[in-house]
Write a new protein. Sequence first.
Length: 140
Amino acid sequence: MYTTTVIDTSPAPLLVEFRKPSSILREQDRPSPLRILGNGPPGTFVLFPDGVKVSLPTDQIIFVDDGDGYARVGFGGMRFTGLEKGQLVAVRAREMLPLDQLSPARSHTMRLDPFRVTAIVVDGLRVWPAGSGDVPGGPG
């Protein structure tokens, strides 16, 4: 289980709540005496019990929590654009790290399966699913 607050999220610009049960996996950073430019940070994933592993843009993450049996991830520089071709889509609006700490191969669009997500919250307001309000008992 991975429960850490990296930056205060009151509120996170973009917060994604994943379906129960889910958890966070963060790959270990492998320090090297040689500085590798443009390699990017270690990977971050949401894991589901059916074996699905959802890759997330680690360099955009400002908050992670999976302490209640489901993953919640806050992104600092991503903007939610809506549902496109059956997927929830967010795009990079700004970089959170200096360019020399980012991989040139980084993705600029995050696409998520709506079946794996229970809520998208933007600036503290739930925007997806539309009109859902708060879900008693958390995502499920």
